[in-house]
Structure formats: C-alpha cells, structure tokens
Design a protein around this ligand. Structure first.
Ligand code: AMP
Ligand code: GLY
Length: 441
C-alpha cells in the first residue's frame, strides 16, 4: 500500500515505524515529518493543515491511505477534503473532530449518549467561572473550551490560581469548570469506522512535568503499556476494554453517527477509574476527555506491542470494513517510553541545541527512538551546532524525542530506557525518572 502519514511528532514516527515493520512492505511517506522520520521514509514538505495541498499531493502520489496524526489537520477539515475526493483516510472529519476540539461539544455528546463523565459547568464570564469554582470546591479543575495544545487544563488546590487560569482562557473563549475526579488514569485507543469499534491495548500517560507528578501539565512525559493493575479491579484487560466499549465508546460512536457526523478514526478515551468504594455513588470508569487521534506518547508504547498489521486496521476503518478484519492482537511485552524535553518546556522551550549520543542510544537492544522535534543543522546555525558533516541533529521544540524500550518485565524495559537516555546529550534537557516505576517492582 502507498500510505501517507500526516504530522511531525514522535507519535507519527511511531506510526511510521509500525507500518514499516509489517511483512507486507509498504511505500510510506510522511508530511511534513521531522529529521528522525526522514531517516526512515521520504518526507514531503507540505502544510499538513492545508486540506487542498494535502489532497493534491495524495492524488498526485497515488496514496491508497492517508493517516492523520495530529488534531490540527482534522479540525482544519483535511479528512473531509480527502474523503470528498475518494481517498481512504484514517481520521474524522471536522464535525466529529469537535469531540476533541470543543469540550462543550464533547460534554453534549456524552450527555446524549449517557456516558459517565465528571459534572461540568460552562462559564463565559469570570463571575460565572468563580461561582462554579466555589460551588465545586477544591481541588479545582478549570479547562479552556477549545484546543490549547495541552496547556488549557489546570488542576489545583489554589483557588486564586484557578480563577487566574479561568480569567486567562476566557480571553480566548469560554471555560469549563469541572468536578475533580480522583483515581488512576487510563488512555484507551479505540479504532472506529463510524459504526464498529475495536479497542487497542491500554496505556498510562504521565502528564505532569516532574517526578512524583509535580509541576505543570504537559503534552505527556512518558507512558507504559500494558497496565497490569487493571486485572485487580476488572479481572483482565479484556474485561476492562469490553466495559469501555459497551458503556462509553459504542454509545458515543452511535450518537455521532445518528447526528450524521460519523467518527472514522481513532477515538482516544482519557479515563479516570474512580475508586470502587463500597457504597459510593461516584465510582467506576469516567471520561475526562476524548481526543480524535492517537495519543502522544502513548502511541509509542501501544504500537510496538501490536502483533497484527496496523495498516489493515487503519485501512479497514477508513473504508468502513472494520467488522470484517480480525481483532488486533498484542504481545505480552512490557513497553516503556520516556520523553526528553528541552529546557524550559512546557513554558518557552529553548530550542536549537545539538543532540548527541542518539546513534549509541538507539543501537542498544530492544531500544528505539521516536523523534518529535528534531531537525538537521544547516548553514544558518551556529558553528558549534554543526560539525560540518551535515548530519548534526538539533532540538527544535519542547518535546524532543521519545526513548522507547521493550522488555519481558517493566523493570527490564525501564532499565533499558534509562540506560539509553543516559547516553543522549542535550544541554538543559529534562526527563522524568519515575516512568513506569510503579509497575516495575
Ligand atoms: P485533559 O487535557 O482534559 O486530559 O486534562 C489533562 C489532565 O488533567 C488529565 O490527564 C488529568 O490528569 C487532569 N484532569 C483533567 N480533568 C480532571 C478532572 N475532572 N479531575 C481530575 N483530574 C483531571
Ligand atoms: N498524551 C496525551 C495526548 O496525546 O493528548
């Protein structure tokens, strides 16, 4: 198959690597990709958010399938345009992508579908927001309504900080004040062709910047998969995913289909498992958010465990035939990924600094690197950034790369991941040291 992958992050690198690993052998391109992806497949310099540019390229190249990585092209209508031109595309149209792009829309769909989620109040003014903040009490949860690149959510014990966060995001639109949900978080990816829903294996993401969940929220600093502790509550991973499919995913997919906005692509359910305390009314699985695309960095740990072809799954979803392909299979392997971020991430990351040790790190057994924000140094860079060989890599954004390691146990995978990270140099680079520690004993 000729497969065009849109995006330029570690998630897209993970998708490319998974497709490349298939026996069938595919012709793959990424647009715009990054310096790491370019080491594996040809990259095309086009604006992934431009529906016409993407569609023209897909037609000219003869793409059999387009896989949309990030949310921005979805919200920009790239999938709609491709579908209009008859090109199979994995990714929802603009209207269904509002499940991620608008938290108000997501709440309405969840309510209509009877899906369990936290109570929320939408506020358009600071007075409304403050009243809701005081009604719910601490810990406070305040969210920007629209896309905010992972920066729109504040969870804090500090009332003044909650009000300040609301005041900031009210300049850009409305905000949601939400009930605080206490419990373990799970990211579950569900593939849909608009009607049928197929779950992948769950992962856990580390959203906060620092060890022990200290510091601000980020796009995600690490992840692991599978989640052995799910067995304690649900008996098995299958029992858990079945419950999510039945009580959350299927009703949401059916609701969107009934509103003539079918969801074709990856429904990412961000869940909190509130404690199943005896007598408590608020226990069980709750949705914190939906995304309309694969998660980053969870994809980096879920796809390496996928033991059946990714392309078959995505193509079946794109062509409305998901019910006819075998359910995805996963290996028992423990997968861990740790994100290396630039100094000052997530505020104003310092970029343009050279990366070292990548070849050595990625040559370690059962370790690979998914690049996120890397580029090759050129003549315009400081001479100390380029060694003249033309292949010096520079960090070009906040989350720079994901080190991915596999093992027969989490302890083994963790050791490998941190061994690899120890060989990578980036001035001011930061990473968490506790990724998957809780499952490694
Ligand atoms: P979101 O961008 O909506 O996924 O939120 C980012 C993070 O904030 C989540 O991964 C949770 O850790 C936390 N969070 C969001 N909503 C809630 C909530 N209602 N209760 C507790 N934590 C939350
Ligand atoms: N890891 C969180 C996200 O992809 O939104």
């Amino acid at each position: 198959m000729k497969i065009l992958v849109l995006g330029s992050g570690a998630r897209e690198h993970a998708i490319v690597l998974s497709l490349l690993g298939e026996e069938a052998g595919h012709d793959i391109q990424a647009a715009p990709g990054n310096a790491g992806i370019a080491l594996d497949v040809p990259v095309v310099a086009l604006d992934a958010n431009d529906p016409v540019a993407v569609t023209n390229h897909a037609i000219a190249w003869g793409a059999d399938l387009v896989v949309v990585g990030p949310e921005a092209p979805l919200v920009a209508g790239v999938a709609d345009e491709l579908r209009e031109q008859g090109i199979p595309v994995f990714g929802p149209g603009k209207a269904a992508a509002a499940l991620e792009g608008s938290k108000t829309f997501a709440k309405r769909i969840m309510e209509a579908a009877g899906v369990p989620t936290g109570r929320a109040v939408r506020a358009g003014t600071l007075a409304e927001a403050t009243a809701a903040i005081d009604e719910f009490g601490a810990p406070y949860v305040v969210k920007a309504d629209g896309l905010a690149a992972g920066k729109g959510v504040l969870v804090s014990e500090d009332r003044e900080a909650a009000i300040a966060h609301a005041a900031h995001w009210l300049q850009h639109g409305s905000v949601l004040v939400e009930e605080f949900l206490d419990g373990q978080e799970v990211s579950l990816f569900l593939v849909s062709d608009g009607h049928t829903v197929v779950p992948l294996s769950p992962a856990q993401d580390y959203k906060r910047l620092g060890d022990g969940d200290a510091g601000p929220n980020t796009g995600g600093m690490g992840a692991y998969s599978p989640l052995p502790w799910l067995n304690d509550t649900f008996g098995s991973e299958e029992a858990f995913t079945r419950e999510v499919v039945e009580t959350i995913a299927r009703p949401v997919i059916a609701q969107l289909a009934s509103e003539r906005t079918p969801f074709i692509g990856l429904l990412y359910a961000g869940l909190i498992l509130t404690s199943k305390r005896e007598g408590a009314s608020d226990n069980g699985i709750r949705v914190i958010e939906f995304n309309a695309r694969f998660g980053d960095p969870e994809t980096q740990v879920v796809l390496p465990r996928l033991a059946s072809p990714l392309s078959q799954l995505l193509f079946a979803a794109a062509t409305g035939t998901l019910g006819t392909v075998p359910a995805p299979a996963f290996s028992e392997t423990s997968a861990v990924t740790v994100v290396l971020a630039s100094e000052n991430y997530p505020d104003t990351p310092i970029t343009g600094r050279p990366l070292g040790g990548l070849a050595e790190a990625s040559s370690l057994e059962h370790v690979h690197i998914a690049h996120a924000a890397t580029r090759t140094a050129d003549a315009s860079d400081a001479s100390d950034a380029s060694d003249g060989s033309g292949d010096t890599l520079l960090a070009s954004g906040g989350r720079v790369l994901s080190v991915v390691a596999l093992g027969t146990t989490f302890a083994e995978a963790r050791t490998r991941a941190y061994d690899a990270l120890g060989r990578i140099t980036l001035e001011g680079g930061q990473y968490r040291t506790d990724i998957a520690a809780r499952v490694a004993d």
